[in-house]
Design a protein around this ligand. Structure first.
Ligand SMILES: [Zn+2]
Length: 409
């Protein structure tokens, strides 16, 4: 009896030590790391709204932050006509001066955003996807040359219009010495690609949610890329816009007030973030489309939609799954052994233990999941709440079977 009791105490102690250790590990993450928030303003061109751009630049200048401008080098005078000489409108002298001044003061990070930004296929808009290699090469070459002569510095970053591109685009970019492509998620990224991939992850409404997710993530260099346009602002278009300039200013000032947040341009991010490999880009798409579909939201916090996750996240997911599987097995084992020791002695305790634990678990699970706001502790309790009645039920079946056997003789 003594050995049985001491082994029970040993198993229970081990169980709680593992729980405490794992809970402690999980709570450690998220302290003292820098969350990188990159701002990418697309569609700067002769046709974009200078008033809004001036307000953005003033705001970033005051906070000493750099913002990336995706520049369309040539706009079309008439969007319905061909992209020929007379119909091509390069930046106006005012727009050129604005961009140059912003670049020289360090506020604007100049990035090439297509050639004319005209879609070659209106159904799935893209300026490049489906176009042959030499056409793409020519367009990117001209755009790059023009911007380089304007700011007198190399242009090595590219943002494809509508975030769409194909393998020919990547080949042309590599041929022309580009280092980085910033599109959206889900594009092409051959494993052998020499380019760095830094996709946009959120719009202006998701900043605080993304920072919260980044804080709780296991990423060592959490990365959020905010995409904005002039038409996002109500001051540009009351109907299409979803934010006002003062609201935007509040968001930027809120970020600036967070001690663990660092605001960057795309170029600055490429210098600071160590892994922008095609593998990371591919993994983010896979995380979103496959893995997260099979995991409850509390385990990933929709992180893949808000931040550009590090490859280690996949390992973290596997770790989390193993963690809960271990609890499940442990809970099952302990309750089974306990039932095995107690049930043959009392039918009353057997029924009470088995069905009582099932009812109690149901109440606990409904309570925990009623608002879907379930985190680490809640997940552990729910796993235990599933494993214990399961262990007792299997034991119940076994003890009943054994009790019946002699009677049948
Ligand atoms: Zn664009």
């Amino acid at each position: 009896m003594k050995t049985r009791a001491s082994s029970k105490i040993f198993i229970l102690t081990l169980f709680f030590v593992i729980l405490l250790a794992l809970t402690g590990c999980a709570q450690q993450s998220g302290t003292q790391k820098q969350i990188n928030v990159v701002f990418r303003y697309d569609d700067y061109s002769s046709k974009s709204t200078t008033e809004i751009e001036q307000r953005i630049i003033d705001l970033f200048h005051d906070d000493g932050i750099s913002i990336t401008f995706g520049v369309i080098p040539f706009s079309l005078v008439d969007d319905t006509l061909e992209q020929s000489g007379a119909n091509l409108l390069q930046l106006t002298p005012e727009k050129e001066a604005f961009l140059k001044a912003g670049f020289e003061s360090g506020v604007i990070d100049v990035v090439l955003h297509g050639y004319t930004h005209k879609a070659i296929n209106p159904e799935v808009p893209s300026e490049f996807t489906g176009s042959d290699y030499s056409t793409q090469l020519e367009k990117i070459t001209e755009g790059k040359k023009y911007l380089e002569s304007l700011i007198n510095a190399p242009i090595t970053l590219f943002i494809p219009p509508w975030n769409r591109y194909d393998l020919n685009t990547l080949q042309a970019l590599e041929e022309l010495g580009f280092s980085t492509i910033s599109a959206g998620e889900g594009g092409e990224a051959p494993e052998t690609s020499k380019l760095e991939y830094l996709p946009a992850t959120i719009d202006l409404t998701q900043i605080q949610a993304a920072v919260s997710v980044a804080r709780n993530s296991s990423d060592k260099q959490p990365l959020i890329v905010v995409l904005l346009h002039d038409y996002d602002f109500k001051e540009h278009n009351q109907e299409r816009g979803y934010i006002t300039l003062p609201e935007f200013s509040d968001q930027v000032n809120w970020l600036a007030s967070q001690s663990d947040v660092r605001m960057l341009s795309v170029t600055q991010a490429t210098q600071i973030i160590t892994d922008l490999s095609p593998q990371r880009y591919l993994l983010n798409t896979q995380n979103c489309q496959r893995i997260y579909r099979y995991l409850p939201v509390p385990l990933h916090g929709e992180a893949c939609k808000l931040q550009y996750q590090e490859p280690a996240t996949l390992r973290t997911i596997l770790k989390i799954s193993s963690f809960y599987l271990a609890i499940l097995l442990l809970g099952f084992g302990i309750s089974f052994v306990a039932g095995y020791l107690i049930f043959p002695r009392s039918k009353f305790l057997m029924n009470l233990g088995t069905f009582g634990s099932m009812a109690l678990s149901l109440v606990v699970l409904i309570y925990l999941f009623h608002d879907l706001e379930i985190y680490l502790r809640g997940m552990i309790i729910s796993t235990v709440a599933v494993s214990v009645p399961l262990g007792l039920l299997v034991c119940y079946q076994l003890v009943k079977k054994r009790a019946k056997a002699p009677q049948e003789k």
